[in-house]
Ligand binder design. Structure first.
Ligand SMILES: [Zn+2]
Length: 206
């Protein structure tokens, strides 16, 4: 069995959305072997740090929360599409050649996976594609950007996905992943009432 780790490493200097300082993790060592007989640390994490899943509440008032996430959308077959050639956003013409069925979990690999710093022009999912995916009733969508959208004052891409209870997996690291079908495990932390939570995400080769 071959496992690919597609999670981002969490550390204080990691890439965060728009380089906002308050989104950087703070990890404090509260006990170590110089003071005692064990090592303990504490983390202050933004729910949208690194690899994470959004719940409907993130964009929909009264929407469901991450502790209620349907686990069948987190542990599932999935399809990775290599769209590394796409420059600005994923458009309908970029996905036309692929078979997308009801219940699919789709992961988009883009040039974002090769960025070594926050790219203000990261590739995102267009509104048209988000609406298409929700009409097609897929169960989840993943991307190697910290957000599925950018520069949308009304968050239409997020909205089209989350309003239809599609799992939104962001901040993936897909540099070494080839296009194809895999088994995905991506379980968000079970945090009461939260609008999203970090995940350890892996792909298992079939
Ligand atoms: Zn998010």
């Amino acid at each position: 069995m071959k496992i690919h780790d597609i999670s981002t490493l969490i550390h204080p200097d990691m890439i965060v959305y728009k380089n906002k300082q308050d989104k950087k993790p703070v990890i404090t060592v509260v006990n170590d072997y110089s003071k005692g007989t064990s090592y303990e640390s504490r983390a202050l994490l933004d729910m949208h740090v690194g690899t994470h899943m959004d719940a409907p509440l993130h964009m929909v008032e009264g929407g469901s929360t991450i502790d209620k996430q349907d686990l069948y959308k987190c542990v599932t077959d999935c399809k990775v599409f290599d769209l590394s050639h796409v420059d600005e956003k994923i458009k309908m013409e970029d996905i036309e050649k692929y078979e997308i069925n009801e219940g699919d979990f789709i992961i988009f690999k883009t040039r974002n996976s090769f960025s070594t710093e926050f790219d203000f022009k990261f590739v995102f999912i267009s509104i048209e594609v988000a609406e298409f995916l929700s009409k097609r009733k897929i169960k989840g969508v993943g991307i190697d950007a910290l957000s599925v959208e950018r520069d949308q004052p009304n968050h239409e891409t997020h909205d089209a996905l989350l309003r239809n209870e599609i799992a939104v997996l962001e901040g993936l690291s897909l540099k070494d992943i080839k296009e194809g079908e895999y088994f995905l495990i991506s379980l968000p932390l079970k945090i009461k009432g939260a609008e999203g939570a970090p995940c350890r995400a892996i792909l298992i080769e079939k």
